[in-house]
Design a protein around this ligand. Structure first.
Ligand code: ASP
Length: 328
């Protein structure tokens, strides 16, 4: 009997089977025109450090046997609390100088989902999205109703002034200047800065989440793709978990996140091929730009974007950490 166990152990060791864990995690902090020449070494360091802090926190949860939903939520909370990203604290300004945030989370195990749109006082929008999924009979809440629900669920609310950052205000001013010459466009050219996370836990459950302030200078309570299940966010244990960042109008029209999952489910494509097909051949051809992070049910990770850069990080199934910003 002992010999049999030894034999099995040697077999798995030789095949490399024991080296792979069955969990993994990936994040993005937005895609866009992110060029080394526009970044100071200090900024580069600050972004990389925050991405690493966030992904390590999520990874720790997975390593300790926690759920992918917890990992996604907690990882995004860290990015939401940083002024560096366009989510939570660092959310961009609307045309009227307000911050309106959108977020969604999806459970690949049950296909349960929760989303919120246009909230102005919720410190961590992804946490409210999770509450919508777990404590309401609905999938998506918006505006004042979402904030009322947040209050009832004891979700932390803050004064809107909490979301003020000089940087984002300057971006709004710049966008309004451009508007005078070129007409209204909610600046898709700026780096987008939305945050997202996809995780696979030790029970084989996938989860995806996305949180954003939307686009600088947006008007009329515009809502982007992040809170729309199947556009900016999707997870299904049969295939993959996806979170997107980019020009939301195109992600909605190309149903980016669900299409990636569908290509895997119905056509047997890999996560990488499915993401390339949808980003390069569908979304980009419509005229949009942006990117996705995809994590498949076996722990394979794909980062695909048609912009100059995408803030991103992963800890893969071998436990390897990668943090990157630019194209190459
Ligand atoms: N996708 C977001 C939106 O359109 C923007 C972003 O990714 O930064 O609202």
């Amino acid at each position: 009997m002992k010999n049999l166990f030894t034999l099995i152990f040697v077999f798995f060791s030789l095949t490399g089977f024991t080296q792979n864990q069955n969990f993994a995690i990936a994040i993005h902090g937005g895609a866009g025109t992110i060029l080394p020449e526009n970044m100071s070494p200090e900024m580069e360091k600050a972004y990389s450090a925050k991405l690493e802090e966030a992904i390590r926190a999520g990874y720790e949860i997975l390593k300790n046997g926690g759920s992918s939903l917890d990992a996604v939520q907690k990882t995004i909370n860290i990015l939401e609390d940083s002024p560096l990203f366009n989510a939570g604290k660092g959310a961009v300004f609307t045309h009227d100088g307000e911050n309106e945030m959108d977020a969604a989370i999806m459970d690949g195990n049950t296909l349960g989902a929760g989303a919120i749109a246009g909230v102005k006082t919720v410190k961590n929008p992804i946490s409210l999205a999770r509450k919508v999924m777990e404590a309401s009979p609905h999938v998506m809440l918006s505006g004042k109703g979402a904030e009322q629900f947040a209050k009832e669920q004891n979700i932390e609310l803050v004064d809107p002034s909490y979301f003020f950052t000089e940087n984002r205000m300057n971006s709004l001013k710049k966008a309004k200047e451009e508007e005078k010459d070129q007409g209204y466009s909610p600046t898709p050219d700026f780096k987008f800065g939305t945050v997202g996370c996809v995780a696979l836990d030790q029970n084989g459950n996938l989860a995806a989440g996305t949180s954003t302030g939307g686009m600088t200078n947006k008007k009329w309570n515009r809502i982007g793709d992040a809170p729309i299940i199947g556009a900016g966010t999707y997870a299904n244990n049969l295939t993959c978990a996806v979170s997107g960042t980019g020009w939301g109008e195109y992600f909605i029209r190309a149903t980016v996140a669900h299409d990636i999952s569908a290509l895997m489910e119905y056509k047997g494509l890999s996560a990488q091929d499915a993401a390339e097909e949808v980003i390069y051949n569908k979304m980009a051809k419509l005229g949009g730009d942006g990117g996705v992070i995809v994590l498949d049910k076996d722990g394979n990770i794909a980062f695909v974007f048609n912009t100059k850069g995408m803030y991103r990080a992963s800890i893969d199934k071998t436990g390897k950490l990668s943090v990157a910003i630019y194209e190459k």
